[in-house]
Design a protein around this ligand. Structure first.
Ligand code: ADP
Ligand code: ASP
Ligand code: MG
Length: 457
């Protein structure tokens, strides 16, 4: 049994959906196919909601575009005798969506929960339409079996409950094709519509693959595989034929957009291989991700990734060098409040400050948590100076062999500094397979190009 996931890039147009149809119909089955919203539609749904919330009726123009995109697909691909019936079901969903927009415009307010409802229409409609395009397919609704719980204001999957519900839902699949909307979910406590985060369809597919013990999770997208760098930035990036779970996890956690980061863990845990394949080039070998721990490739560096919009929080203690206790305390404060830290420096080095890199959107809250904690318990003289630097990015080099390559980080830093790129902070990842440096955002592309040219070409 296989799980295939097709992203927005693969289900964007009539032409690309023809490829999807061919790929799915050539599978022996049983097969679960997870689909995203039509490419660009999630952005449009959000854009229209924001316009409506600002009291502007311009949302109608965006809504009309969304309607036309789906109309093209229904009348371009659904069998002629079923077109009217399918369009009627789609139209009902679109009318519900329009009612939401009218309501948002009226009250000029958009709560997080309402936005979740609005964006859910992308996958609800695409999966319904695709289930009528693929011969013999049956539609299954993720809202019934992908369950989330609220964790510090974020919706995260309740993997245990979800796994049980998936097993119960698909026990009748036999040799058929199931079409499932990615991304969307419901709150386990109150049934509200939620989602797994932007790019979350990959994660839906992984949760299903893990629960059903699939033989493989295939992620079909618009590139030939997992590449040594983001091909939109580095033109000479090339496909990596084989990666380990941990290497791919590090690359994705540090910004490689090709797989949504939480995706890897459930399948890694069940030792289910992942393949990255190209919908527009289905015969290309792609990338295979497995649990092989020792790569056969002698080179240390397998890939490079980056995250923009990072903040660097610096803690300068009133003593000369920060202690490990101070670092642990700061890390505990932030993680107990649900703040994800990308990188933290180690006080063993001769630095006089401790640095924590995190996504920009989390930094205001993280600073509040830190200031509150230190304010509450320290005497005035012990309160460290806490500052924040914006406009920084992380660059991360990854490779299993980096673990035994003691000079790797020094070579990376040296390469960057030789070209005048300041390194504000650096640290290894917890797996030992990644080394990350924090640099000014305006030098990011240059840094990626340098690291790729020096270590991957
Ligand atoms: P989908 O709609 O299929 O989910 P995404 O846009 O989420 O597609 O992910 C695929 C894109 O990820 C590619 O088009 C590519 O531009 C980008 N990308 C970033 N880093 C990498 C990488 N290391 N390897 C391959 N693609 C990458
Ligand atoms: N449609 C959602 C998004 O654009 C989920 C996904 O494509 O994976 O983020
Ligand atoms: Mg994606």
């Amino acid at each position: 049994m296989k799980v295939l996931k097709f992203g927005g890039t693969s289900v964007g147009t009539v032409a690309s959906l023809r490829n999807v149809k061919n790929i799915v119909e050539s599978q022996p089955g049983p097969v679960v196919v997870v689909v995203s919203a039509l490419g660009g539609v999630t952005d449009m749904l959000i854009d229209a909601a924001r316009k409506a919330a600002s009291g502007s009726n311009e949302w109608r123009l965006v809504y009309d575009k969304i309607l036309m995109r789906h109309e093209d697909v229904v009348f371009g691909l659904v069998a002629q005798d079923a077109q009217e019936k399918v369009w009627e079901s789609v139209r009902q969903l679109l009318h519900r969506l329009r009612d939401y927009y009218r309501g948002i415009e009226l009250v000029e307010d958009l709560s997080a929960r309402t936005l979740c409802k609005v964006v859910s229409f992308g996958e609800r409609i695409s999966s319904l339409v695709i289930s009528h395009i693929i011969t013999g397919a049956r539609h299954y609704d993720s809202l019934n079996f992908i369950k989330t719980e609220n964790w510090f204001g974020r919706d995260i999957a309740d993997t245990e409950l979800t796994s049980r519900l998936i097993t119960a839902t698909f026990n009748d699949l036999e040799a058929g094709v199931a079409i499932v909307p990615g991304f969307i979910s419901t709150d386990r406590d109150n049934g509200d519509i939620t989602n797994l985060g932007r790019g979350g369809s990959d994660y839906t597919a992984a949760l299903i693959a893990a629960a059903l013990g699939a033989s493989v999770l295939e992620i079909w997208t618009d590139v030939d595989g997992f590449m040594t760098a983001d091909p939109r930035i580095i033109k000479s990036a090339y496909v990596i034929p084989h990666l380990s779970f941990l290497e791919s996890m590090d690359l994705c956690n540090f910004g490689a957009k090709v797989i949504y980061p939480p995706t890897i863990y459930p399948v890694f845990h069940k030792n289910i291989p992942i393949k990255i394949l190209n919908t527009f080039h289905p015969d290309a070998p792609g990338t295979l991700i497995t649990d092989t721990h020792r790569t056969q490739v002698p080179q240390s560096f397998r890939g490079v990734s980056s995250i923009t919009d990072v903040s660097l929080i610096s803690l300068k203690p009133n003593v000369l060098f920060p202690s490990p206790a101070l670092r642990n305390r700061a890390l505990n404060v932030m993680s107990k409040k649900g703040v994800d830290i990308l990188l933290s420096t180690h006080p063993e080095s001769d630095d006089t400050v401790l640095e924590f890199a995190l996504r920009r959107e989390a930094s205001k809250y993280a600073l509040e948590c830190l200031r509150q904690d230190f304010d509450g318990e320290c005497t005035l003289a012990d309160i460290p100076e806490i500052t924040e630097t914006h406009d920084v990015s992380t660059v991360t080099v990854v490779g299993e062999n980096l673990k035994s390559d003691a000079s790797a980080m020094q070579r990376v830093i040296h390469t960057l500094q030789r070209h005048g790129i300041e390194v504000f902070a650096h640290a290894p990842g917890s797996s030992g397979f990644a080394q990350t440096a924090v640099i000014p955002s305006d030098r990011l592309h240059e840094a990626l190009a340098l690291l790729h040219a020096n270590f991957l070409e």
